[in-house]
Each structure stands twice: as C-alpha cells, then as structure tokens.
Design a protein around this ligand. Structure first.
Ligand code: C2E
Ligand code: CA
Ligand code: CA
Length: 672
C-alpha cells in the first residue's frame, strides 16, 4: 500500500516537473501576442540583424558546397545547396527590403511568426544538409563542417537575440544532432573539440536568453519613458495654452497678442501687405465696476468676450489685454474699409443689451486703429499709435472708431517736444499760479480764488494747463508739480483777507502716492493759512479707479479742516452715490451747461436740478464759466448763488488779486 502511494507521489512529482518544463518552454517560445508595441520593436531589431545572419549562411553554404561538390553525391553536393542558396538569397533580399519599410504594429506579431518559421526551416535544412555531408570528404572537410555549423549556429544565436524562440528552436533542431554526432565520434580529438564547441554554444545560448529578457525589459522601460515624455509634452502643451489664454473671456491674452502681432508683422512685411492693429475698450466700464461691483464687471467682460469671439475668423485675431481693453489684429486689411467694417461688426455684436448688475444695459466700445506700414513699422509703434488714437477718440466722442492719422503724428511730435521740455523744466521758477475769483452774486463779493496752474516755458512760451497737466499725469511728474503749485498758492493766499478762501485743483494721480498726500498735508499745516480757508477740487474721474482709497485720502484732508469740492459736475457720471458717500462741501457745475443756459431748456433744467440738489443736501454750489450777463441773470433766476467766469474776471497773477478784491468791495452794494 505504502509502495503504491510512494510510486503515485513519484509520478505526481514527475508530472509536475513535466508541466513546469512545458510552461517554461511555452514562455520561451511565446511571441508578444498581447503587446504589439513590443512585437514591433522586436521586428525592428530583427530587421537590423537578420540580413547578417543570411549573409553568413549564404557564405557558409557556398563554402561547404564548393568543397563537397565533387565528393558528395550530386543531390547532396549540388542540388540541395543550390536550392538552399536561392532560398537564403531571396530571404536576404526580402529582409533588406523590409528594413526600409515600417511595419504597422498590428502586423508585427504575424511577421515575427513568419520570420521564425522561415528562419528555423531554412536554418534547420542548412544544418541538416551540413551534417549529412560528414560521411564525405577527408578529415579537413569534416573539420570544416564542424567549424562551419558551429559558427553558423553562433551567428544565428547572436542575430536572433530579439527572437529567442527561433534561436532556441534552431539550437534544438541543429545543435542537438550536432552535439550527438561529434560527441559520439570515435576519435578523441573530434569528441573533445565537439564538446568544447557544444559548451561554447550552450553558454552563448544562455547569454542570449538572459539578454532577450533584458531586451524585453529595456523595450518596456523605453516605452514607459516615451509614454511619460508624451504625458509631459501634453502637460506642457496645456500649460502653454493656459499661459496664453485669458480665463475670464476665453480669448487669447496680452502675451499671446504680442506674439501674434510680431508674427503677423513679419508675414505682412514679407508679403508686402498691410495690417491693422486696433485697441478697443468699453465705454464707461470703470463706472460700471464702481457702481455694481467687480463681480458684475467680470460678468460683463465675459459676455463681451463671448460676443467678440464670434468675430474671430480668417485674418481676425482678438485678445483681451487686461481690464476692459481688447486688442485686435486684422491681417491683409484693405486700408480703412476693412477696419470700418470690423468696427461696424463690433457695434453690431454689442448692440444687444448685456446683463449689468441686476439689469440690462447697452454697452458701447471705442476703437483706436493704427495701420501698418503707414502708422508704424514695429509692434510697439503700432500699439502706441492705436492707443493714442483710442485715447483721442475717447476724448472727442465715445463709441466711435478713430484711425491714427498724420494729424495725430504731428500732435505726437508736438507732445513729445512738450514732454521733453517739461521734464527738463525748473518747476520752481517756471511754474506759477493764476487766480480766478469765485463771487457771491447777491453780495457781489469775492468769496474765493481758484488757483490755476501756469507754465512759462523759456523754450515754448506760456503753455496751457490743458496741455501740461495731462502730460505731467502721464509722465509721473504730477506729484512734484502739485507740491510746487500748492506751496505757491498757499503763499499767495496768506496775503488775502480772512473771508477769501483758496480753491486748489487735485489730480487723480495725487491720490496714488502716499508720500504726495503726506507732503500736501505738511504744506497745508505749515502754510500759516487756516485749513478751513482751503478747498480742494476733485473731479469724479479722480475717484473712479479706486473709490475707497480716494475717499480715505479726501477724509484725511477733511480731517485737517480743509473742504472738498466736486469739480466739473455733470460731465462725468454725476452719480448721486458719489455725492452722498463723499462728504462734499461744494459742487461746481461744469461750464458746458452754462454756454447755452439762457437759450436751452435742457441746460437750464440741468443747472436748476443741480442747484436744488445742492440746496437739499446743504452743499454750496458754484456755476463755472459764466461769460455773459445773460447767463448770469439766468443762473441767478435759477437760484445760483456763486459764480465763476470770464464775466467776473479771467485768471490773474497773484499780484493782481488784491486790486481785484478791492475793486469788488468798492463796487459792492453795501459799499455804495
Ligand atoms: P478747471 O478746474 O475746470 O478750471 C477752470 C478752467 O476754466 C480754467 O482753465 C479757467 O481759466 C477756465 N475758465 C474759467 N472761466 C471761464 C469762462 O468763463 N469761459 C471759459 N471758456 N473758460 C473759463 P485753465 O486755467 O486753462 O485750466 C484748465 C484745466 O486745467 C482746469 O480746469 C483743471 O482741470 C486743470 N488745472 C489747472 N490748474 C491745475 C492745477 O493746479 N492742478 C490740476 N491738477 N489741474 C489743474
Ligand atoms: Ca477746478
Ligand atoms: Ca471746473
């Protein structure tokens, strides 16, 4: 019973070993059926070495055929080698041809199988034929067969490194009979050299098997590396896409705009074509942001972005440059006509109302356009000129399109000259202040003087503040300029009677620097003039960029005891929210309503409404720009108390102020 069990265990162990061996053999023989990429790599490697294998085979077949042609029977000595040679040559030609053509991945396994089949069949036939030659010829010829078969097998092992199953099969089919023949030879030297050769072949096969495994691992890691590289490439593509995209509108961003502009310019230069650069911004966007909040502003921008995207097409590139500013490149534009058409298209897409805050509102935009090559040759020049055209377009009429022209060019040159002169000016000696009286109509009394900046340039003569104040703002010179002017105005005002105040204009840019605000406060406190006699004039536009900050600057000035007037009221947003949030002391009605106040019911109504608004809010109200008696009477009839204008006096130098006050006092009703 126990013998029966032990025999059974023995059989089981043998079966297990046999099954393990079969598994091992199957693994060795397997082709990468489920890994077409590996199969393609193997096939590519095979294509590099197999021709060498066939070359060696052809050479060895030829050499054996030559030496055995006469000693072996015709079938063995001529017919079979000829057939083998023809087949090997055809195979060689096929492989050389295949090397030049890429095999699709899906086909690689099939081709590997075919290569194995033909290689093994041909190799086995050649090996078999060589062994059949052994009985013929002398000892040298036997030696030649021994060496030739061994070398051919070695070559085949090396060349078939990427197709190990073929190498193993050849090793089994040719190597085993070879070993049997030589190891069983009666002559000891033949047996020994046969044993040595078999050992070399065995070791080579071992190495081949290990290398084949390395080859698979290498191929896997190479493909893994390629996959990672592809992934990295995709990530980097996505990164650069995002780096060039404006996330709010989905349009390309500023960086992309300039890259595109450079490219478009070089294309236009090469092709001798023209190109338009347009800058576009939304009218009154700052006010919308301020009144409805930044979230509403962002929402509006994304609506506008979506509509502008519809205009993008062949030769039309649109990007968001920042804020409410958009940049457009029109390639191959046929002069102004294409640009005008584009401006009309923009108007058309913006026609439908947009959601602004909690209501619908119609949005308009202004465009400034510069055309290459007329307006400039480089991206910077074109951009600056389009910006210039936009800036001037905004000043004259909003919602329009302005093409950069020769007139703009002349103006730019004049401005550059002006800027140069202003930069090199000695502010202390060249800037001075003129004073224009503000009078109480009923009392016929001067209540204040507005300080108005003047620049006496040694090079350009007397320059209007309408020119040099914006220039100073643009070139960051406004803060030193304001300090010089305030100091001079305060010094002059110290000489005036107690009841006469000083009105001083502040620029929006004064609020941007903490140092300037603190310098202005120091000047006021150190002037010796009661701060209650100083009134700072600000325009609404000064407040829009950063309302909270401007508000806190004004609060600081009020804390000193100074008063605040809202200048040019009626021209900007004329927002009641500004009036109520700012703690104002005065509103100055802009000159534009006064020009026709006596003849236009609309102007008269506006003036009347603002005057009564001021009465209700207990604010003082000054009507600016009164030039005629007619205007004066109308304003008085509308309830205006304080006026300023050429009718009373033009701005005069500081020395003339005392005489002016005296003249008024002499003419006042109570003086009579
Ligand atoms: P503004 O603050 O509205 O000053 C009133 C302007 O209207 C002055 O022009 C004044 O001469 C002019 N004006 C006064 N009455 C009449 C009139 O009856 N008819 C006409 N046609 N004009 C009249 P000016 O001195 O040329 O100043 C222009 C602008 O330059 C000022 O407008 C102000 O915005 C700016 N500015 C002047 N001085 C300063 C300053 O010291 N600092 C700042 N930031 N801006 C200043
Ligand atoms: Ca003013
Ligand atoms: Ca004004």
């Amino acid at each position: 019973m126990s013998r029966f069990f032990s025999r059974g265990r023995e059989t089981m162990r043998k079966l297990l070993w046999a099954s393990r061996f079969m598994h091992w053999l199957r693994d060795l023989m397997a082709l990468p059926e489920d890994d077409p990429a590996l199969a393609a790599t193997q096939l590519a490697a095979l294509s590099q070495y197999v021709p060498a294998f066939y070359l060696v085979l052809i050479f060895n077949l030829t050499s054996l055929a030559i030496t055995h042609m006469r000693v072996a029977p015709p079938l063995l000595g001529r017919a079979i080698p000829l057939l083998l040679l023809i087949t090997a040559t055809i195979r060689l030609a096929l492989w050389l041809h295949r090397r030049r053509h890429l095999t699709p991945r899906e086909d690689a396994v099939r081709k590997l199988r075919a290569a194995r089949r033909s290689g093994v069949v041909l190799g086995s036939c050649a090996g078999g034929w060589a062994l059949l030659l052994l009985p013929y010829g002398d000892v040298y010829q036997r030696l030649q067969v021994e060496i030739t078969v061994a070398l051919t097998l070695l070559t085949c092992f090396i060349c078939l490194i990427s197709l190990r199953s073929a190498a193993i099969l050849l090793g089994l089919i040719v190597g085993v009979p070879y070993a049997l023949v030589f190891l069983s030879a009666p002559q000891t030297p033949v047996r020994l050299s046969g044993a040595g050769t078999v050992l070399v072949l065995f070791v080579t096969l071992q190495m081949l098997l290990r290398n084949a495994a390395d080859f698979v691992a290498l191929s896997h890691s190479e493909r893994e590396l390629q996959r990672r590289q592809r992934e990295t490439q995709l990530l980097s593509d996505e990164n650069s896409r995002l780096a060039y995209l404006d996330s709010l509108t989905g349009l390309p961003n500023r960086r992309r705009f300039f890259a595109e502009l450079e490219q478009a310019l070089s294309d236009a230069a090469q092709g001798g074509r023209c190109l338009a650069v347009a800058l576009m911004d939304l009218d009154r966007f700052k006010g919308i942001n301020d009144m409805h909040g930044h979230a509403a502003g962002d929402r509006l921008l994304s609506q506008v972005g979506a509509r502008l995207r519809r205009l993008v097409g062949e030769g039309i590139f649109i990007a968001r440059l920042g804020g409410d500013e958009f940049g457009v490149i029109l390639r191959d534009c046929q002069g102004g006509a294409a640009v005008r058409q584009f401006a009309a298209d923009v108007r058309h897409v913006l026609e439908a109302p947009c959601i602004v805050g909690d209501r619908l509102a119609t949005i308009s935009s202004s465009l400034g356009v510069a055309i290459y090559p007329d307006a400039g040759g480089t991206a910077e020049e074109l951009f600056e000129r389009a910006d210039y055209a936009l800036y001037h377009g905004k000043q004259t009429e909003k919602g329009g399109m302005v093409l950069f022209s020769r007139e703009h060019e002349t103006r730019i040159r004049a401005e550059a000259r002006l800027e140069q002169a202003f930069r090199h000016s000695d502010m202390e000696s060249e800037l001075w202040v003129a004073f224009q009286p503000i009078v109480d109509v009923a009392q016929r009394k001067v209540v204040a003087f507005e300080a108005l900046a003047r620049w006496q340039s040694p090079e350009l003569g007397l320059v209007s503040p309408g020119l040099f104040v914006p220039l100073a703002e643009r070139s960051q010179l406004v803060c030193p300029m304001t300090a010089v002017l305030l100091q001079k105005a305060l010094a002059a005002a110290r000489e005036w009677p107690e009841h006469v105040s000083l009105n001083f204009n502040l620029s929006p840019y004064n609020f941007t620097s903490v140092e300037t605000m603190s310098r202005l406060r120091t000047l006021v406190t150190g002037s010796g003039l009661a701060p209650s006699r100083i009134e700072f004039e600000v325009t609404e536009s000064a407040l829009l960029d950063d309302f909270e900050h401007a508000q806190s600057c004004l609060r600081e000035l009020r804390a000193l005891g100074a008063r605040i007037a809202l200048d040019d009221f009626g021209t900007g947003f004329s927002s009641l929210s500004h009036v109520s949030r700012l703690q104002l002391d005065k509103i100055k009605i802009d000159r534009s309503f006064v020009i026709d106040v006596h003849s236009s019911a609309t102007s008269a109504n506006i003036v009347k409404t603002i005057i009564s608004l001021c009465d209700n809010l207990r604010l003082d109200c000054v009507v600016e720009g009164v030039e005629t008696l007619e205007q004066l009477h109308t304003i008085a009839a509308l309830g205006g108390h304080f006026i300023q204008g050429f009718l009373i006096s033009r701005p005069v130098p500081a020395e003339a102020v005392a005489g002016l006050i005296a003249g008024f006092e002499a003419a006042a009703p109570h003086a009579a």
